[in-house]
Structures are given as C-alpha cells and as structure tokens.
Ligand binder design. Structure first.
Ligand SMILES: Nc1ncnc2c1ncn2[C@@H]1O[C@H](COP(=O)(O)OP(=O)(O)OP(=O)(O)O)[C@@H](O)[C@H]1O
Ligand SMILES: [Mg+2]
Length: 215
C-alpha cells in the first residue's frame, strides 16, 4: 500500500532558471518508481503545454490556479493514488505561495551559476528557512566554461542550504525535447543528459527518504 504522496515543489522567484525543464525531467524519472502527478500552477502554463504534446500517458497533469492550489494538493494527497506529486510554480508568484510551500515534502530550487541568479535563489531559500520547509538547490544550465562560476555559486548556496552534487549541464537536448512533450532520455537515449537526470533524481530520492525517516 502507498504510504503517502511525496509533494515536490519546484520554486525560484527568478524567471527562467529551468523550473519547468527540471520538473518535467524529474517527473519522468519518478514514473520508474511510482505513480506520478504534476500540477502546473504557473499562469504561463508551460508544463501543461509540454504535457499536452506528450505522446505517452505515463503522467497525470492538472493546471490549477494559485487560489485553488492548496485544495488541489490536499485532494491529491487524500486520494492517495500517486506516489509523487510535482508542482511547477511561476517565478513572480513564489513569494505569494507560502501556503503551497508548507505542503511540500521538499522544495527544489533550480539555480544558474550567475551572481544574479544566486542572489535571487537566496531570497527563496530564506523564505523556506523561515518556515522550516526542507529545500535543496540544483545547479542548472552549467556549461564547461562556467566551472568557476559554478564552484562559486555552490559555495555561496551551501551556506544557505543543501546543494545537490548532481548538476544539470547546458544541453540542447533539454530544450529540444521539452518542445516535443518528451524528455532528454526519450529524444536522445545515449545523451549524457540521461545519466545526469538519473543521478539527480536518485540524490533527491535519497534525501526525501531521509526526510521521511527523520520526520
Ligand atoms: N539544462 C539546460 N540546458 C539547456 N537549456 C535549458 C536547460 N534548462 C532549461 N533550459 C532552457 O531554458 C529556458 C528556460 O527554462 P524553463 O522554462 O525550464 O525555466 P523556468 O524556470 O520554468 O522559466 P519560467 O520562470 O519562465 O517559468 C527554456 O528555453 C529551456 O528549454
Ligand atoms: Mg516555467
């Protein structure tokens, strides 16, 4: 029997660090372990667009207004049908979604390596810290020439919270697959993106299990 639905919220008050891309890729990876539902609460509805193009029916998706997100998450939790619920949020709304964040088993903050991005991620992290909501950072869109910036970002972010060791590199396959309703592994099974996402999900799963164990 399913114990409970793990609620994983992807958030960062900054626009464009890769929230939707990471959300779709993690949701796909999670389908190998259980039943997955995704909620798009971003008025842009990018995740919903990705889902509508999706050729397979391995994931359930709902588009929900901010005013209704709490009820939607509670309903899905009560239903007990899903092992994982991923919620993709909008940058600009992050500060007004604290009620949603309180429902999160874990918040994932995708962050690029620039100083501006790190600064924005800091604001999101402080808010989560204030509410004692578990969160972790994932460095995204890292190019080989960003190595030093990535190290700097990791050091700064590690003072604020957990930084996942698995990073997501800048790869065209992420962009191209998202436009087709699929993920990198489905578009290019031999791409290094496949192992990258597997490793990211495995780290997140381990962290989630630890959080469950320690209450
Ligand atoms: N690792 C990556 N490599 C290459 N391109 C990426 C990567 N991650 C995201 N992108 C691209 O960067 C752009 C922004 O990504 P995405 O839409 O996932 O960000 P977001 O945080 O959801 O943005 P928003 O705040 O507007 O919702 C998209 O064009 C996406 O394809
Ligand atoms: Mg998005």
């Amino acid at each position: 029997m399913r114990l409970s639905t793990q609620v994983i919220v992807i958030a960062n008050q900054k626009g464009g660090p890769g929230k939707t891309t990471i959300c779709a890729h993690l949701a796909y990876e999670a389908t190998k372990k259980g039943k997955v539902c995704i909620i798009d609460v971003d008025p842009q509805k990018s995740l919903l667009g990705w889902f509508k193009d999706r050729p397979t029916s391995d994931i359930t998706c709902y588009a929900v207004e901010y005013t209704e997100i709490l009820e939607a998450v509670e309903e899905i939790q009560t239903l007990g049908e899903y092992d994982y619920l991923f919620v993709d949020t909008a940058g600009s709304h992050t500060l007004t979604i604290s009620s949603l964040l309180l429902k999160a088993s874990l918040v994932i903050i995708p962050c690029q390596a620039s100083k501006l991005d790190v600064k924005a991620a800091r604001t999101t992290a402080h808010m989560l810290d204030d509410h004692k909501i578990p969160f972790c950072f994932v460095l995204n869109r890292i190019r080989p020439q960003d190595k030093r910036d990535a190290e700097g970002a990791e050091t700064t972010l590690s003072h604020l919270g957990k930084v996942l060791t698995s990073r997501v590199a800048y790869r065209n396959v992420y962009m191209h697959s998202m436009g087709l309703g699929i993920v990198a592994a489905e578009r290019e099974p031999s791409s290094p993106a496949v192992l990258e996402i597997k490793s990211l999900w495995s780290e997140i799963e381990t962290y989630l299990n630890r959080l469950v164990k320690h209450g």
